[in-house]
Design a protein around this ligand. Sequence first.
Ligand SMILES: [Cu+2]
Length: 658
Amino acid sequence: MKTIQYIIGAASVAVALSAAQSCKPKSADTAISGDAAAKTYVAPGKYDEFYNFVSGGFSGQLSVYGIPSGRLLRVIPVFSMDPEKGWGFSEETKPMLNTSHGNVPWDDLHHVQLSKTNGENDGRWVFVNGNNTPRLARIDLKTFRTAEILELPNSGGNHSSPFITENTEYVVAGTRFSVPMDEVDGDVPINTYKKNFRGTLSFVSVNQQDGNMDIAFQIETPGVNFDLSRSGKGPSHGWFFFSCYNTEQANTLLEVNASKNDKDFIMAVNWKKAEEYLKAGKGRKVKVKYAHNKYSEESHTSTSEIKNEVVVLSSKELKDLCYFIPCPKSPHGIDIDPTGEYMVSSGKLAALIPVFSFSKMIKAIESKSFEGDYNGIPVIKYEAALYGEVQKPGLGPLHTEFDGRGNAITTMFVSSEIVKWNIKDLKVIDRQPTFYSPGHLMIPGGDSKKPDGKYVISYNKITKDRFLPTGPELAQSAQLFDISGDKMQLILDFPTIGEPHYAQAIRAEKVKDQSLKTFKLEANKHPYASRGEGETKIVRDKNKVHVYMTAIRSHLTPDNIEGVKMGDEVYFHVTNLEQDWDVPHGFAVKGASNGELLVMPGETQTLKWVPDRVGIFPIYCTDFCSALHQEMSGYVRVSPASSKVALVGNTGTNLPAE
Ligand SMILES: [Cu+2]
């Protein structure tokens, strides 16, 4: 087979870029029709129809909004430290941020995927990716907390992730930046990219009972940049599709050097075939190092385990595993319609949207309709897999979701609009401006077999004049459109936290009734829990002082502590004895160099404190819990290292001295 290269002149790159630069924000004064308010009004005391899980991008967090109101319900720390909740500050949560590089308390959280059963959102978990230090996380929708974080070896930027198969069999993660494999000496000249750099696609299995993740296998690929991915569904279940750019294998000035080829690729991966190869022992064991962190809701504590091996399948050597479909031009999104037949690809520098046909792709593979190979992987002829092209959809197509009525809606980054088109005849039906530069868009269930096509939300990178100015830094935004009629109607803007990179939404009924209200105190297996005030105590282990403390409206036990000395490390293990919904207690000590604790009913959390001076240090509850919240306080006395003050703690008995 001949090896193909698609080359076009630098001129067309320049045209595409100048189009991007000449696009000025439109006027913010779009006519809003009178019924918009009624459509988004959720009366006080009423619930929203949907939970909307919105990524926080560079904030490392996930936000939860109610739709259609746009009300912020929750911010869930994932790859971040959150002083509001003590996440990353408490001893129990610190291991969640461990990696093979040590503690990495930040990441770039891009994509959100709700778990699925039979191709529909099922409300069990939300998966998110960390782009920078490659990681996957799983959030449990009973607690709305991060339950697991898994680092990905052989990877350099985890962008095409965490997309999942139709029964959540696998979460995938494709590397954005190809890098030398971890097992080899990575000390190579950067300009030996073509020789030494590789891509990987990680297939992470999900335990259907507890959701626990594990790297089932990785596929080693040619060194290209993987951008996004989606699994097949229905007839295409068993396949996964990844968009790739930089098929030029450039290692510098990518904006020019990775934009030369007229077409890049969609990579189609037959993961059922991969499972066969894995079973047949065709995988290669590769030495790696990665962290796997889990949070237990029984012990209220996380653990971090370093693992040392993954199994890697070769896309070059194992036949029928991977195929390339040419796709114009630097494809960004790849999205599969609800029937599983149509694959919509959006080349961000292309002036059209190609729609591929899964059944045609299979026929092309069977009849070997290839135009050559790329680094040993067959390249299917473009026309052989193509269903058709959407002509003149707008400028800079990025992402597509589906309304479940035979239509697709695509964001146009450069021309700042969302465009609705029909999947069968590929004709544009409607276009509406967005403010400004939309990245992803989201229809609830819009990537699933059963979209809930009532709303679409555009997540915008630039806000400019949409809200009251707040200095140089402006909130990014989401814009809600009603798509139940023929014309898409803008009905609400709401600001977001960090970059609203991608989002998913699910009907509230699928989540709300399973929401946990309290942790059962009697089931608390934390090694330092106090299940009642009678179990509180203070234990010295050399210079470590463990304070077994309880919190209940409206006192801490103990609230007077003496006998702490300079050089001590004090661990306040605070158990919240409440068993009522929505009665957290907080805990803080003056001079602590970390954060506060926020302890849910029935839970135990630990604050580590190393006193830096002799004296009296107030402690108090940080969460306004009752009318006597201000009384929920106490003191710790710190004495010199040589002091003979006895170690004691009590509440209500240390009465005033005469
Ligand atoms: Cu309190």
